[in-house]
Design a protein around this ligand. Structure first.
Ligand code: PEP
Length: 254
């Protein structure tokens, strides 16, 4: 049985005050749940110290949304994996579609970031997914397979033992348009089968989250699918009650 992971992706949102209020509300809310699902908040870099303080001793893990592909040195404006680890991060989102699209991140670059994260003792959440155009042209599996295969080729199948995957159809991110549970399940079981071609044990163990307008109203039906092991939650993670309802759906899905 894979323990569900509900991870909030705050993206570039919030102020110091709102970040503090949201962290406090999530910590308090999660302490009242049965805690079967694991919970994490992936916050902007500047709120990591706050997160380290406010989430300490709670059941809520801290995460970051990006990392430098290099270990350290003259990379102005970048943040090293070792720095994230120092601030108590457990998870780091890598290869989010917004980074692939707006910042030109390639599979090769993402593969290097994954190495940085795992060698620093954290777990990457590797995002994969197709655009609307690719889906409409029937290329969903081709796109997702190439994103996964590139990481296998660069880092080996064993690297998947130390990470989570998030299937995030680009057309469902921030659009309010969610993949149906059947659509998400189809791709997520395809991802697991692709990994199983290389290593059945790793494929069976890895958590594959769904991301793309997951909210309180649709979380339960998505999380009920056999290959959906949690959620990467954007917009809905910015509202404590909404996010906590998804965490409760995660608990109930176990
Ligand atoms: C995301 O960007 O990771 C995401 C899933 O966003 P949203 O939930 O807002 O679609």
């Amino acid at each position: 049985m894979r323990q569900p992971l509900i991870a909030g992706n705050w993206k570039m949102n919030g102020t110091r005050a709102s970040a503090e209020a949201l962290m406090r509300a999530v910590v308090e809310g999660v302490s009242g749940t049965v805690g079967k699902a694991e919970v994490a908040l992936c916050v902007p870099f500047v709120f990591l110290e706050l997160g380290e303080r406010l989430l300490a001793g709670s059941a809520v893990h801290l995460g970051a949304q990006n990392v430098c592909s290099e270990p350290g040195g003259a990379y102005t404006g970048e943040i090293a994996a070792t720095m994230l680890k120092e601030f108590g991060c457990r998870y780091v989102i890598c290869g989010h579609s917004e980074r692939r699209e707006y910042y030109g991140e390639t599979d090769e670059l993402i593969a290097k970031k994954l190495v940085r994260v795992t060698e620093s003792g954290m777990r990457p959440i590797l995002c994969v997914g197709e655009t609307l155009e690719q889906r409409e042209q029937g290329f969903t599996q081709t796109v997702v397979a190439s994103q996964i295969d590139a990481i296998i080729a660069a880092n080996g199948i064993e690297s998947f033992a130390q990470m989570e995957i998030a299937y995030e159809p680009v057309w469902a991110i921030g659009t309010g348009r969610t993949a149906t549970p059947e659509q998400a399940q189809e791709v997520q079981s395809f991802i697991r089968a692709r990994l199983a071609e290389h290593d059945k044990v790793i494929a069976e163990k890895i958590r594959i989250l769904y991301g793309g307008s997951m909210k309180a109203g649709n979380a339960a039906e998505l999380l009920a699918m056999p290959d959906i092991d949690g959620g990467l939650v954007g917009g809905a993670s910015l509202v404590a009650e909404e996010f906590l309802a998804i965490c409760r759906a995660g608990d109930a899905s176990v």
